[in-house]
Design a protein around this ligand. Structure first.
Ligand code: KIV
Length: 283
């Protein structure tokens, strides 16, 4: 597969007949290689790393340095997928200058573009990023970095007026120059209206089937954990069970002496064995 680029993504509208865009999060080199080998279009090095890898209860705990660390790991795998670096909370809230510097850190770590959460109130930051030649993916609806302001991880746009506001936000993000927008946790009808109202692709997560693409979290898709499973997740694997099974068999083999066996061990040559003073057959 040829490297996926921002212009290629920006031009794809599944709602107008193109192939749907597929995005998955990944946070390390093996995950990035698997996504690339599976023909996924985009890897989001998401701040969800805070919850699914680092064990925090929300995404607010990760820093630009954390995100750069994971972005570098993903980029080292040289995936064909477009790498989207997620700007964490407080990376784009203080000033335009800090926003551009923080985004540049993710670009230098290997991302080809950045994502940030929020609608119209982010316009100044988005314009500054685009001025610095950094492509921007928007993200509206249930924006996890607003967890406290929203009073929890709650579906947004359930009231008609709030839904209309989301359409306006999407139009403004498009006008500002975003190349795509993530729609998270919003009703199907609102997501469809947004998708129909803009020319750039929408990437849904918990936003129904009418978006131009979908994104899910790597650990959710693979079933790496079975703690909380949001309604919108479909599991395509049960890696947790397979992992526990594999680790249990490993532990049992070590305890019974079944592991390691002769083939899994290194041996001296007969000559060296003799010189070493070993006379057993297992030298
Ligand atoms: O960090 C993340 O995983 C995300 C997706 C939920 C879109 O932002």
């Amino acid at each position: 597969m040829a490297k996926v680029t921002v212009p290629k993504v920006s031009a794809r509208k599944a709602s107008r007949g193109d192939d749907a865009l597929v995005m998955i999060t990944a946070y390390d080199a093996p995950g990035a290689r698997a996504a690339s080998d599976a023909g996924i279009d985009m890897i989001l090095v998401g701040d969800s790393v805070a919850m699914v890898v680092l064990g925090y209860d929300d995404t607010l705990q990760v820093t630009v340095d954390d995100m750069a660390h994971h972005t570098r790991a993903v980029a080292r795998a040289k995936p064909d997928c477009l790498i989207v670096g997620d700007l964490p909370w407080m990376a784009y809230h203080v000033s335009v200058e800090e926003t551009v510097r923080n985004a540049a850190t993710l670009i230098r770590a290997g991302a080809q573009c950045v994502k940030l959460e929020g609608g119209r109130k982010r316009l100044a930051m988005i314009e500054a990023l685009l001025d610095a030649e950094i492509p921007v993916m928007g993200h509206i609806g249930l924006t996890p970095q607003s967890v406290h302001a929203m009073g929890g991880f709650k579906v947004q746009g359930r009231q008609a007026e709030a839904g209309m506001e989301l359409i306006e936000d999407a139009k403004m993000l498009q006008h500002a120059g975003c190349f795509a927008i993530v729609l998270e946790g919003i009703p199907v009808k609102v997501a469809k209206a947004i998708t129909d109202a803009i020319d750039i692709p929408t990437i849904g997560i918990g936003a129904g089937p009418h978006c131009d693409g979908q994104v899910l979290v790597y650990h959710d898709v693979l079933g790496i954990e079975d703690r909380f499973v949001p309604k919108f997740v479909r599991r395509y694997g049960d890696v947790k069970s397979q992992t526990i099974d594999a680790l249990s068999r490993y532990a049992a083999d070590v305890r019974s002496g079944e592991f390691p066996n002769d083939d899994e061990s290194y041996h001296l040559t007969d000559e060296q064995s003799e010189a070493f003073g070993l006379y057993g057959s297992d030298g």
